[in-house]
Design a protein around this ligand. Structure first.
Ligand code: SF4
Ligand code: SF4
Length: 509
């Protein structure tokens, strides 16, 4: 990490000069046999990878009509080309969203269109060679699936979906990524991304109860596996021990305590994150999500609340209904989904984000705050890409932007916005999302953080901002690592519920 340097800020955010090939040597580690086979993928690149990859591509083009539309619809207008943080930071033209899509589009044309079969050169069609497959591996692991480019595309082409399809094809021929596949294996084996076993989890929670008692004098509980609790909290495992994540977990516990809500964590479902989405694999996505249903049924809870994790909330909000039966549209032929539907209390939104829970409680007057406790902070808010562009909160358009901000303003006096072109639906990814939060991609992560760092520097210079709140475990982990490289203090980043925790007034409820 010592030789990773931050790129210089741009004085005016202009389209960067091109540096062709600058990132072709940055390749995330490939998964080994053991890691791949644990997920049911071939252990290593199979001999007939070419035919298998084309067959898989054909299968995905049939299964996901959107993918076929994305392959056909692009008019190469260039509107997306300078919208990706990885292109801005690396200046590698293959990190332009349109160029990233073309890595697959050129192969699609060759094998799935008549002009590409007859006159490949004329229509930019390419054979799927080993070099092309390697190029896919490299550049489809330089996309965080953040969907920023799709906001600017007049046709709504979603590069994230193209990346997911490419990763699924790579996994199907035994060319998966070590980081994501290893983490998924840990969830199946141990229950969470970090491989934190049940006893360690219990110890951590007991330690937190003692810490909070020491700090506040109040017995705030961190319950686990409590049958009959009203709320099951599903939160990223980083909340259990990583900094600053743990401060938000303390915040959730204080909110539940102060509102008199009975709640529990689950040792079976001790992970909100779902890397099945990052590798584009439905079976893995579902298998990971089903642990949550199993835990909810076993514990008999009435509500399911999700902690601060961007992609987890996207999966929960957008897919849990069909994957697990949590939310509207549960599969009527799935007995367990129907059991869960009967069990959950439908007076409440299912699932609910912890920010929705806290904001609702603030609205009901169930929480009081000493806002001055946050006066040492001048706060800004980083919208996490999966929350911003892959989900919603509340019952109004843009709730996912306003509710976290409303909470911050309810618990703190000093709030400053970063520029509009980089927030809300136009927010930049932190640089570590989509399965790229691995040290073997540190160079990419640092460069990908450039646009957010530039704008953060602006509000630091103009308003003295010294705290950037966010509601994503990956953003927190990524920023604490890359911000020092840009000259910021790593403690400048934290969760919204960390601020709630600072200011909340605890009673004896
Ligand atoms: S990282 Fe985001 S902006 Fe860049 S290509 Fe992927 S989805 Fe588009
Ligand atoms: S904005 Fe859309 S249509 Fe234009 S180049 Fe990008 S993907 Fe193609």
């Amino acid at each position: 990490m010592a030789d990773v340097a931050a790129p210089p800020y741009r004085t005016i955010p202009i389209i960067p000069a091109l540096k062709p090939g600058s990132m072709e040597g940055v390749k995330s580690f490939v998964a080994n046999n053991k890691i791949n086979e644990a997920l049911g993928f071939p252990g290593q690149l199979v001999d007939d990878w070419h035919d298998k990859a084309i067959a898989k591509m054909g299968e995905l083009l049939t299964k996901y009509r959107s993918l076929k539309v994305y392959m056909d619809a692009c008019v190469h207008c260039g509107a997306c080309s300078d919208k990706c943080h990885y292109f801005i930071g690396t200046q590698d033209p293959k990190n332009m969203p349109v160029a990233r899509q073309d890595l697959m589009r050129s192969v699609y044309r060759r094998y799935f269109t008549l002009p590409g079969k007859l006159l490949p050169k004329l229509v930019g069609a390419r054979d799927l060679t080993r070099d092309v497959l390697d190029e896919w591996y490299t550049y489809f692991h330089q996309c965080s699936e953040c969907r920023r480019c799709s906001v600017f595309c007049p046709y709504g082409i979603d590069t994230a979906e193209v990346t997911m399809a490419a990763r699924e094809i790579l996994d199907s021929v035994g060319y998966g990524q070590k980081y994501a596949n290893e983490i998924i294996g840990k969830v199946h084996r141990i229950g969470n991304n970090l491989g934190l076993p049940g006893p360690a989890l219990n110890d951590t929670l007991e330690g937190l109860e003692e810490d909070v008692k020491d700090a506040t004098g109040i017995d705030v509980r961190f319950p686990i596996d409590v049958k009959g609790a009203e709320v099951l909290l599903i939160t990223p495992s980083a909340d259990f021990f990583a900094e600053p994540h743990i401060d938000s977990l303390i915040g959730y516990a204080k909110v539940f305590h102060a509102t008199g809500t009975s709640w529990t964590l689950s040792s079976m479902a001790s992970e909100a994150g779902n890397f099945g989405m990052f590798i584009g694999n439905y079976d893995q996505l579902r298998k990971i999500a089903l642990r949550i249903r199993e835990a909810a049924l076993e514990l008999g809870v009435k509500r399911i609340v999700v902690g601060e994790c961007g992609h987890a909330w996207r999966v929960a909000y957008s897919f849990w209904n069909t994957l697990t039966g949590v939310g509207d549209g549960a599969d009527e032929t799935d007995r367990f989904a129907q059991m869960l539907q009967k069990q959950l209390d439908h007076r409440y939104k299912q699932p609910m984000h912890i920010c929705e829970f806290t904001w609702d409680m603030i609205g009901r007057g169930a929480l009081s705050f000493n806002k001055e406790a946050n006066d040492k902070h001048i706060i800004t808010f980083h919208d996490s890409c999966n929350v911003a562009r892959g989900s919603r909160m509340g019952d109004f358009a843009g709730g996912q932007f306003e509710i976290p901000r409303n909470i911050i303003k309810a618990v703190a006096n000093n709030f400053v916005e970063m520029s509009l072109e980089t927030t809300r639906e136009q927010t930049f990814c932190c640089g570590g999302g989509g399965g790229l939060l691995t040290d073997d991609l540190m160079d990419l992560r640092v460069k990908g953080a450039l646009p957010r760092m530039e704008v953060l520097q602006q509000v630091v210079d103009e308003h003295g901002v010294n705290f950037m709140a966010t509601i994503c475990a990956i953003c927190k982990a990524q920023f604490t690592k890359v911000m020092p490289i840009y000259g910021f203090d790593r403690r400048m980043v934290g969760g919204v519920h960390q601020l709630v925790s600072n200011a909340i007034i605890l009673g004896d409820k």
